[in-house]
Design a binder for this molecule. Structure first.
Ligand code: XMP
Length: 312
């Protein structure tokens, strides 16, 4: 197989986008991750002002994420259209505890909002950052990734959309190479993957505002403490079960948080990272101090397979 050339890919995909979209308008929904940011930049290069870059503020993002995405894209001359629809997402997720039901509720809400945006901005095309691993895993039935519409039996036409997926043949490391050649900063091209349904995937059981807020604080801690390049992903997960603890001399039923940190090439397989006790203790101490109601902190040592990287 010929060696992947990011330069050639950029040239060809910009041409391809121009050819497909012609003088019509397109929308790209970005999350600030490397895939959708690369999509936004390539699309901007291809069609300029005929592109709408859209951000769904679903209330499931990490701390200050919407503002950071907006500020970064502004440096690239892109004005981010942000819709704050967190009430709609929490309403859709209310009472749902089954992982696939949660994913479905997220997906349905996501596409409902997106189709409203498509109508409201009068665009004909939706550009998505689906990459090859998303397609492989969805085809294998490992995961119902929310961004592979046709694979999950959703007809894009139902939402009035023509979908373009410029990155569908690339693997993550190739997308990172493209991002680098596009001149994006390290914090984008080296950005660790973060799932589309956001912190909803980091909360086992019901996704409530209160539980998401707990995991948001814990996520900040884990990301601050485990930032190195050889860690593919590092994150905490809030369990739905409770455990007995002792707080202020009294027995108290409190929360359990697991920390997961994995090494991986392409997310198809993964190995737990060996972390020194000293570092784990520091993370444990911060979680116990900064996240209210936590009485147990665990470290997950399972590889993928048989585990997945995420918990839902
Ligand atoms: P799993 O948990 O299936 O995750 O081993 C593999 C990789 O995919 C990410 N992931 C998602 N990404 N939407 C996404 O965009 C999703 O619904 C989703 N679920 C999992 C996960 O973080 C890991 O990098």
């Amino acid at each position: 197989m010929a060696k992947f050339s990011p330069k050639k890919f950029i040239k060809e995909s910009v041409n391809e986008l121009r050819k497909k979209i012609k003088d019509k308008r397109a929308l790209v929904a970005t999350s600030g991750g490397v895939d959708s940011t690369v999509c936004a930049i390539l699309s901007k290069m291809a069609i300029g002002d005929k592109l709408v870059v859209f951000f769904i503020d679903d209330g499931l993002m990490r701390e200050k994420e919407p503002e950071q995405v907006r500020d970064f894209l502004a440096t690239k001359g892109i004005n981010l259209e942000i819709w704050n629809v967190e009430d709609t997402f929490f309403e859709a997720l209310k009472g749902k505890t089954d992982p696939e039901e949660k994913r479905k509720a997220f997906r349905d809400t996501f596409y409902k909002i997106l189709s409203q945006a498509v109508r409201s901005y009068s665009v004909d095309f939706l550009i998505q950052g689906t990459i090859a691993a998303d397609i492989v895993e969805t085809q294998k039935g490992i995961k119902t990734q929310h961004n592979v519409l046709s694979q999950i039996g959703v007809n894009p036409a139902f939402y009035g959309l023509t979908i373009i997926e410029p990155l569908r043949e690339l693997y993550k490391n190739q997308v990172r190479q493209v991002a680098k050649v596009l001149g994006l900063p390290k914090k984008i091209y080296d950005r660790k993957p973060f799932p589309g349904p956001g912190l909803a995937t980091r909360v086992i059981g019901e996704v409530t505002r209160d539980r998401v807020e707990k995991i948001r604080i814990a996520t900040k801690i884990v990301e601050e403490e485990l930032i190195e390049k050889n860690i593919f992903q590092a994150f905490p997960v809030l369990f739905s079960d409770k455990a007995t603890g002792i707080v202020d001399g009294k027995r108290l039923l409190g929360d359990i948080i697991a920390i997961r940190a994995v090494k991986s090439e392409d997310a198809l397989t993964a190995q737990p990272v060996k972390i020194l006790w000293k570092r784990l203790y520091k993370i444990r101490d911060r979680i116990l101090k900064e996240v209210p109601g936590v009485v147990k902190v665990l470290y997950d040592i399972t590889p993928k397979p048989p585990s997945t990287i995420e918990y839902i």
